[in-house]
Every structure is written in structure tokens, then in C-alpha cells.
Design a protein around this ligand. Structure first.
Ligand SMILES: Nc1ncnc2c1ncn2[C@@H]1O[C@H](COP(=O)(O)OP(=O)(O)O)[C@@H](O)[C@H]1O
Ligand SMILES: [Mg+2]
Length: 596
């Protein structure tokens, strides 16, 4: 429950909504407890009139007496209607303040969570699942809203109404009040207990539903794989089994509820019976009036609704507390990579230095780079080549400060990366990642994502440099083509060139290309390389690849092996050394010659 205290600042922020809402709750309940009093008055008046009615029977006054009774009932009836309308108006206002407040809080909470997502470092996202993260922003937040909105509203309503009703009842007769209210605590306990069972069951149903959704979602996204491996029947069987479990739980839930609701009605009936029997007895003794019995019955009816909500409110609060605990945990994670206290924004020309950098991946303990040295002056081009898993992509991750090295330093234009303003640093490095991520938007917007303020001409130029322009022209809708979820409409090579265009449009002084041409054919590769040679003359470029790029003259070539630099030099010196690089070169060009 302590977790929910984290919401207090929000209540404070929306204090006017809250205070007005509570006021409206109180006012609407005043209009709820006035009717019993009116009903009692009318009944008592009418019964006493009935006595005098016999007396006036047959005289001139008979008509006057009957019109008196009619007027009494008619006008008080109208009054009751008016009160019900007023109660409705204030209930509307109470929802408009309290429920609206809960929506505001929900919005603010989602904002805070999203902000935290964006601040967390790459390491965090490797160890947490997307589904779980999605749940925090949707499911958990909406459960917390059930507390800040409905639960709060019902709870205040219940407290205010109970006080009003008990007060009204005890004014009539305190013994009768005690007698009638006596079964209620048992009812409260029973409701609380059964609701916990219902809550547990609905929790299970919720889990099964999300399992069902996941199964369905995976089948939809993987439908091509399912079809090509002819796995429709097993998948259907799996889905049917999950759906069957879900059905059983729901039927079971329906059973509990259908036993439960009549039981509540029974309890209420017992209370009503007590009221009428003992009220009647007291009335016969002349201690209370007949109107009082009716008054009591109405109070009791008024009390029933909030009491039957009690269990639900309790479980709402319980679930909200669990969800808020999860949210608090998440919000309190300090990102491993943070902006420095005094962020610097030095001029970036493109001098890159890796000074004896050793890096170990957190969580797995894999040593990805060992004592790595790399020094580049602006405009230089380096090729980092090596087998899969040799640590090439890690170099890019470190330069982008997705991680900080264990020892050694990464320095850009004389300023160590941790001193940089993070956003500024990342704006100054263009990066075409190995694993392309595309948004389900138009081609145009996916390129422009690299730099929001890019002009139309710059988008076209980036597409031309990445040799994507011709492909785009062949699409009926050109740049406005929607590329589908994660770019399913595009081929592997097209996706890669789109990611390349996105990096190029950033026009940063440093460019990182991680396996950017692995899925394009040799001729396209040649065209792109010759485009880049001209366009990137001033740019410091790190090319990461597992295969050679013939036709690009690199200032430096590094051969990485198991995180360590095995060879280093230019094409000429490495060929002269006749080591791995030379072997790779002979192998690859040999294949090329036979291949062509
Ligand atoms: N996020 C990560 N968490 C843990 N280990 C990783 C992570 N990324 C890569 N590694 C490991 O670090 C080593 C180097 O990986 P990487 O730099 O991606 O190699 P390359 O790009 O040369 O294929 C590999 O052994 C890989 O398994
Ligand atoms: Mg890699």
C-alpha cells in the first residue's frame, strides 16, 4: 500500500479536481438521503389524514380533504423527482472531476514512464522483455488509474453515504438501527472474502488472455514462416488449447458470480425482513410511525450499493498497489549512461581516439574488446574487419556511448565521451546499424527520421547516394509508399540502403557503417561506394564489415580477432605482411573472379 504514496504528488497537482470532486460526492449524497425523509413525512401525513377522512366522509369537506391528499402526494412526488435530478447532476459533476483527474494522472504517469524508457541505457533493454515493458506503460498504469479514479470515487461515496444513512436511521430509533445494521458487518466480510476469490480468478483470466493474445500475435507476424513450414495444424492446436483454457476459466468465473449475486440479494432480503418485522412491532407500540419503516427500507437500499462495491474497491486498490510498486521500481532505475553534471558541447570535427579500451558486456561477462587502440583524424576512413563475434559492432556501441568502457577511454575531438552532452554527442555521429529498424511509415519519413529538419532535396540526395532512388521510382507511390511493419514491403537490400540513407542525411562529422552493404549485390555496392567516396570526403568514416570492400581506399585497416587487433595497416602493408588480411583478400577476390 505504501507504493501508492508515490501518487500523492499527483493528487496535490490536481488538488482542485480532487477537492471539488469530494465536495460533489458529498452534495450528491445529500440529495440521496433527503427522499427517505420526504417519503416518511408524506406517509405519516396521509395516514393521519386517512383517519380524518372517515370523519369528513359525506360532508362538504370530503372534496377538500381528498384534494389536500392529492396535492400532498403530487407535489412531494415532484419534489422527489427534482431531488433525483439534482443528485444526477452532481453525480455527473463528481465523475467530471474525479474521473477526469484520474485521466490526467494516467497521462502524466505514462509520460514519466516513457521518458524513463528513453533515458535507460542499451544494457537495460538487453535484459528486459518488450512485453513486460509494454505492460508497465499500459496495463499497470490503467490499474493505477482504477485507484485514482473509480476506487477513490466509490470509497468516498461509500463513507459519506454510510455516515448520512446511519445518522438518518439513528435519529429515528437507535435500537432498530443496531438491529438492522447488525448483519451488515458479516456481509462486508463475506463480500471482501468472495471478492478476493473473484479477483484471483480474474487475474488468472487476464494472464490467459494475454497468453492468447501473444499466441495470436506471433502467428500473425510469423504467418509466412508457419505456412512455409506447413505448421498450420500444430499452431491451430496450440491456439485452440490456449483458448480452451481461457474458456474454462471464464465459465468457472461465471459460476462463482451466479452463486454470489443471489446470495447478496438474500442477505439484503434478511435485513429488509428484520426492518419490517421489528419496525412493525415498534410501530404497533407507538414508538415509531409507519412512515419510519418506509424511511428505513429506503436507507437500507441506499446502503446496499456501496457495500456491494466494497470488495471490488478493495481489490482495485490492492491491484493498483501491486502495479504502482512495479512502476516505482522501474522509475527508480538509474540509467547506467547518464548526462554529465556539466555537459559539454565542443566543436566536433571528427578526431576519434580509442585509448587502450577494454570492454566487458554487463550481465554476460563476455570480453568484447581488449586493449583496443584506434586513432583517426578528421576525414580519415578506417575499415574494421573480422569474423562474426570478433567485437566489431561493439566498437560502434562504445563510440555512440551506448556503454562505457571498463578501462581506457574513448575520446572525440579531445573531449572524453562521458563529458559530452549525450544528445549532442549522438547528433554528431551518424550510424547505420547492423540490425535495421524501420518504422511502419512512408519511405520518405523513414529517411527523414535521420534528421527531422532535413529538406526535401536532402532526402532525395540521401536516397541517391544510397542507390535507393531508382528502387523508389519503381514503386507506384514513390517516396509515399508505406513500407509496412518494420519494412516488410522491402527486400533485405532495400532496407539496408534505406538505413544507409537515413544515416547519410544526418550529415554528421563521423559516420559509422555497421555491415551496411552485406545484403546488396556487388554492382550496387560499387555504385554506393563510388557515391560515398565523393560525398564523404570531409567525414571520418568507420566501416565495419566481415568482408572486404574492394575499391575503397582506406587510410587504416584493422583486423579484429576475438576482441583484439590482430593486424593493422593499409592495404599495401597488410598484403606485404601476408597474414590474415592477405589471405582474406586472396580468398575473396578469388571467389569473385570465379563467381563473375
Ligand atoms: N548486448 C550484448 N550483451 C552481451 N554480449 C554481447 C552483446 N552484444 C554482443 N555481445 C558479445 O560480444 C562479442 C562481440 O560482439 P559484436 O561486437 O557484436 O561482434 P561482431 O559485430 O564482430 O559480430 C560477441 O561474443 C557477442 O556474443
Ligand atoms: Mg556486428
Amino acid at each position: 500500500m505504501k507504493a501508492l504514496a508515490a501518487l500523492n504528488p499527483y493528487f496535490y497537482k490536481y488538488k482542485w479536481h480532487l477537492l471539488l470532486g469530494l465536495l460533489f460526492v458529498a452534495i450528491s449524497n445529500v440529495f440521496a438521503v433527503l427522499p427517505p425523509v420526504i417519503v416518511r413525512t408524506v406517509i405519516d401525513r396521509v395516514t393521519s389524514e386517512a383517519a380524518s377522512f372517515d370523519f369528513f366522509k359525506g360532508t362538504d369537506l370530503e372534496a377538500t380533504a381528498s384534494s389536500y391528499v392529492f396535492n400532498l402526494v403530487f407535489w412531494n412526488g415532484l419534489l422527489l423527482l427534482g431531488l433525483a435530478l439534482l443528485r444526477g447532476v452532481f453525480m455527473f459533476l463528481m465523475r467530471q472531476t474525479l474521473i477526469v483527474m484520474s485521466r490526467h494522472i494516467e497521462y502524466a504517469q505514462k509520460d514519466a514512464i516513457y521518458k524513463q524508457y528513453q533515458q535507460l541505457d542499451a544494457g537495460f533493454f538487453k535484459t528486459h522483455f518488450t512485453g513486460d515493458l509494454m505492460n508497465r506503460i499500459s496495463e499497470d498504469v490503467s490499474r493505477v488509474r482504477m485507484y485514482t479514479g473509480p476506487a477513490l470515487m466509490y470509497m468516498t461515496n461509500m463513507v459519506v453515504l454510510t455516515i448520512f444513512c446511519l445518522w438518518g436511521m439513528s435519529r429515528v430509533d437507535s435500537r432498530l438501527t443496531l438491529l438492522v445494521v447488525a448483519p451488515l458487518p458479516f456481509l462486508v466480510v463475506a463480500i471482501y472474502w468472495v471478492n478476493r476469490i473473484i479477483a484471483r480468478k480474474s487475474e488468472k483470466i487476464q494472464t490467459q488472455l494475454s497468453e492468447l493474445t501473444t499466441t495470436a500475435q506471433e502467428s500473425y507476424s510469423g504467418i509466412r514462416v508457419i505456412k512455409s513450414f506447413v505448421q498450420e495444424t500444430p499452431m491451430l492446436r496450440h491456439f485452440t488449447a490456449t483458448a480452451e483454457e481461457y474458456r474454462k476459466s471464464n465459465v468457472n468465473m461465471a459460476l462463482t458470480e451466479s452463486v454470489w449475486f443471489p446470495s447478496i440479494t438474500l442477505f439484503v432480503g434478511i435485513s429488509l425482513l428484520l426492518t419490517i418485522v421489528s419496525g412493525g412491532y415498534l410501530a404497533m407500540q407507538g414508538q415509531i410511525s409507519a412512515g419510519n419503516i418506509a424511511e428505513f427500507v429506503i436507507y437500507l437500499n441506499l446502503l446496499m450499493f456501496p457495500i456491494s462495491m466494497l470488495g471490488m474497491v478493495a481489490s482495485m486498490i490492492q491491484r493498483a498497489a501491486v502495479s504502482q510498486t512495479r512502476i516505482n521500481e522501474f522509475l527508480h532505475i538509474a540509467p547506467a549512461i547518464q548526462n554529465p553534471a556539466v555537459p559539454q558541447l565542443p566543436d566536433v570535427k571528427g578526431t576519434v581516439d580509442f585509448n587502450g579500451v577494454t570492454f566487458v558486456y554487463p550481465h554476460t561477462g563476455i570480453v568484447a574488446l581488449k586493449d583496443f587502440e584506434l586513432h583517426l583524424v578528421p576525414g580519415q576512413k578506417v575499415c574494421i574487419i573480422g569474423k562474426t563475434g570478433s567485437g566489431k559492432s561493439t566498437v560502434a556501441q562504445l563510440l555512440l556511448r551506448m556503454y562505457d568502457p571498463k578501462s581506457g577511454a574513448v575520446i572525440l575531438d579531445g573531449t572524453p565521451l562521458p563529458d559530452y552532452d549525450l544528445d549532442y554527442l549522438r547528433r554528431n555521429i551518424a550510424y547505420a546499424p547492423q540490425e535495421a529498424y524501420l518504422f511502419s511509415d512512408t519511405l520518405y519519413n523513414n529517411i527523414k527520421f535521420g534528421r527531422e529538419e532535413a529538406t526535401h532535396a536532402e532526402v532525395l540526395e540521401a536516397a541517391r547516394l544510397a542507390d535507393l532512388a531508382k528502387d523508389v521510382e519503381s514503386f507506384p507511390e514513390g517516396y509515399e509508399t508505406m513500407i509496412g511493419e518494420r519494412g516488410v514491403m522491402l527486400s533485405g537490400g532495400q532496407k539496408q540502403r534505406l538505413v544507409l540513407a537515413r544515416a547519410l542525411i544526418k550529415a554528421s562529422p563521423v559516420l559509422l557503417l555497421d555491415e551496411s552493404l552485406s545484403a546488396v549485390d556487388t554492382q550496387t555496392e560499387q555504385r554506393i561506394l563510388s557515391n560515398l567516396r565523393q560525398a564523404l570526403e570531409q567525414t571520418t568514416v568507420l566501416v565495419i564489415t566481415h568482408r572486404l570492400y574492394a575499391g575503397w581506399e582506406f587510410d587504416q585497416i584493422l583486423v579484429l580477432d576475438d576482441g583484439a587487433v590482430a593486424e593493422r595497416g593499409t592495404h599495401a602493408t597488410l598484403m606485404a605482411e601476408n597474414g590474415r588480411y592477405a589471405e582474406l583478400w586472396r580468398h575473396q577476390t578469388g571467389v569473385d573472379e570465379t563467381g563473375n
